[in-house]
Write a protein that binds this ligand. Sequence first.
Ligand code: SF4
Length: 206
Amino acid sequence: MQKYFLSEIFFSVNGEGLQIGIPMVFIRLSGCNLRCKWCDTKDSWVQNDQVSLDDIVREVDKYDTEWVCITGGEPLLQDIKPLIKKLQYKISLETNGTIYDDIIKEIDFVSVDIKTPSSEMKNDFTVLQKVLDNTKYGQLKAVISDENDYLFVKNSLNEIDLKFPLILQPNFFELSYKDLFSLYSKNPVDHEIRILMQLHKIGDLK
Ligand code: SF4
């Protein structure tokens, strides 16, 4: 039977990007191939417990939800196809943009990260582009800690063919929303954009 390294399952609202405010069940799979300096889910790096596909679906089915978000860690380290096939919900996926899997084509909404310099991680633009090209609908999300991060994202748009909005999100501990807007207003990005804070943190939700 298919099993997954699982960190937690919980019901909350999506606090980021275009899906902000939508109630959904989050399946946080464990294990990540990156080590972002400001990662706020470090507990999910360790792959401890394996849980069966049936047990995961049973847990999700306890909630009255239209959407399920599969997040991590990095969910595409595991074969999520059987999980997605069995979940009778609209699926949202949060991925760090460093792994390509054909399952992306079947997902309703994909949030793809571009890693800014303050994460101390690197992007692979070839993989990132493939993920974006095969996404039906979604967003590219960047966490901004400072001006260097902002300029990196702005310049990166010259290397990426992006058909979805760009989400700029301030690093909660490093940059205020006001200061992020100031960076944008001085030197705007030439692309459809949303400048958003993490609603679940403001609202004291998980
Ligand atoms: S990709 Fe996401 S889960 Fe992995 S280290 Fe970075 S922020 Fe954390």
